[in-house]
Every structure is written in structure tokens, then in C-alpha cells.
Ligand binder design. Sequence first.
Ligand SMILES: *[C@@H]1O[C@H](CO)[C@@H](O)[C@H](O)[C@H]1NC(C)=O
Ligand SMILES: *[C@@H]1O[C@H](CO)[C@@H](O)[C@H](O)[C@H]1NC(C)=O
Length: 388
Amino acid sequence: MKRSFRPLISILMLVALTATLSCRIASPRRGVFTVSAELESTTVLIQPPQIQVFNSTLLKFASIDIGEAKSKLEIKQLLERDFPNQGRQRNFATSRHDAKSKNSNGLPVLLRSPKFYRYWLDFRRNLQLWARKKTFQPDIMMDLVSLVKTPIDRHNGLMSSARKYKSCAVVGNSGILLNRDYGELIDGHEIVIRLNNARTEKFEEQVGSKTSISFVNSNILHLCARREGCFCHPYGRNVPMIMYICQPVHFMDYTVCNSSHKAPLLITDPRFDVLCARIVKYYSAKRFLEETRKALGEWASTHDGSMFHYSSGMQAVMLALGICDKVSIFGFGKSTSAKHHYHTNQKSELRLHDYEAEYAFYHDLVKNPQAIPFISDRFRFPPVVIYL
Ligand SMILES: *[C@@H]1O[C@H](CO)[C@@H](O)[C@H](O)[C@H]1NC(C)=O
Ligand SMILES: *[C@@H]1O[C@H](CO)[C@@H](O)[C@H](O)[C@H]1NC(C)=O
């Protein structure tokens, strides 16, 4: 990595280069449910609260964020690049070439424009706030209504209230959807959450056509930000977007795009990210122990270590739990006879996700939410139904 001079160029390079390193593909979700008779139907089972004893070794293991040091360093370096110092003039003066190369494959920003300086300040501020908030907070589930639903309601001209959405459908992108005609059922929910910009055209019968919330990871926005006007609205300009940050540099894309967005463009709260990360790591580690009988220390090497990440679908389901009275899950499943995605020809599965672990989590959501660690006891899980 380049040193302190040329901060602007370095940042832009970083944006371009690192975007492909993690959260690599806008990977919609699917998992492995071989044949699961019990989940095949749409039974809802909510059991009375029971005291759950979690294995403390697993809890502790899941609480460690292997990528934390690296991420902190990255943030520190981004924030240390001091744009408004003497180097700035030179950067602006010599930025012609870079601006050109950048425009062809990067941000839709004219580097010589004074507008960029404002983006730069906003970028720093947003990143700083986010980094400061990135802590574990088991109560964060109870804040999702005010963090997410309230701004969306406001955008729609509604009075904000503590009311949750009556019903939400979270639509994953698994190819299993092609063998079903869930379109009408999906669209019948008050809120339909779709993932990573999967298109609905030509698939309306199978996946429906209504989209209330577009949930993506920041890599998707990074790709959109290259296009003029940050065009990232396959569902229309009025559909709010929620995204989690894969890499701190993506705050630049966010900052640039947010200024032109009509509908809310929201970033998931970092405390919510931490909660999701812990839960998935817990399930992954648990499965690893049960299935391999190896030591926990070997978990990282089989799951891309610091690259390990929950999927967009998992976090979208978590979000739905916090803002909906009833949650239906569609298109989260895998079958040897189905395509990976209903809308792409992607073949391989990403190693940085552990879909099977996430499936174990969904299974607990339906059958035994008390078995889910890290979420505050004060949180009441809504009923969840999985449509396979
Ligand atoms: C928790 O899991 C670890 C790792 O499998 C195991 O060694 C330990 O005995 C378990 N502890 C309890 C209290 O069950
Ligand atoms: C994003 O844009 C909206 C609307 O212009 C604005 O109100 C909000 O403050 C911006 N968010 C950030 C974090 O810059």
C-alpha cells in the first residue's frame, strides 16, 4: 500500500482494488437442505421459553472477530489519509490522468471537482461514526424498527410508529424457486425483501414482482457506483435500499450514491453486523465440531478465516425478525436438481459463507429460537415459516 502522499488516488485505488477481495460476490443465499420433511410444510412451532445453556467455549470462540485487527488497521489508514493538507493541491493538479482512469473503471466522481472534497469529508465522518459503533450489543434487535422502519415510513409519508410490519417475505435467490409458483404468495406479504438485486422480470410467477426493500451488500453498490448516477435500482428508484458494509472503503461509494438517492439508502448498524457475525460463527463452529471432530482451532482454515462472513440472506432474515410480526422465507435452499441461483448461471458456492450453518440457524428460528445465542432475552422472536 502506498504511503501518505497521494491520499486521494490511493483511496480510489483501494476502492477499486479491494472491492473484489471480500464479500466477493453479491452472493445471494442458499443453503443445503437435503431432504427435510419437517420443513417442507409450513408449520409454525413456537415453544415456551426454556432455559438454554450454551457451551461457553463455543460462545467465546464465536465472539472473536478474526478480521478485527485487519479491519481496524484498514480504517485507521483510511482516516489517516489527510486530504486537506498541502498535498491536496498537488493531488488535484496531477489528478487529470488518474481522474480519467478512474472514470473508466471507478467512482463517478470528477476528482478535480470541489464536490469531491465534500464527499471526502462526509466519507471520513461516516466511516468514523461507523467504526466507533462497531461493538457487541445484544439489544440491537429491539432498535431495528427505529433504525430501519422509521426512516422508510418517513420516506413514504407515514407517521412513524412502533408498529412492526404485519408480514414480511424474505426472498432468497435459490434456483429451487424455479420449481415453485410462489409469486402470488410472496407478493401477498405487506413487505417483500429481495436480495442483491436479483431480477424479477420473467420470473414473476415464481418469485413475484413486488419489492419493498432491496437488501444488498456494499459490493453491489460499489458496482452500481461505477455507473452514471449510481444507478442501482432494478426495482425502481423509490425502493429503499439497505446494505451492509463489506469493506470500510465502500463508504466512499455510499457517500457518493447517498447524495443522489431518492429513496433511503441505509447502512446496517455495525452493532447489528456484529450480532449477525457472532451468530453465524457460532453455528458454523458448532457444526464443525459435530461433523469433523477436529479442534476448534482448525475451524478458520476450512472457512477462509478472516474472510468468513454471514450471507446477505442471513442478515436480511435477521432484519425481518426485528421489523416484522411474521416472517416468511422463500428461496433459501439447495437441491441437486436446482440451479444455484434462479436468475444467474453461477455454479460454485462461496467458501466464505457457511450456508449449512445458516440453515441450522433458520431451523432453530422456526423450531426453537431459544437455542439461538447472543440475542438479548428481552427480544421476542416472531413466528417464522420456511417455504421450500
Ligand atoms: C463445549 O465444547 C467444547 C468443544 O467441543 C468441549 O470441549 C467442551 O467440553 C464443551 N463444554 C461443555 C460444558 O459442554
Ligand atoms: C444520506 O442522504 C440523506 C438524504 O439526502 C441525508 O438526509 C442523510 O444525512 C445522508 N446520510 C449520510 C450518513 O450522509
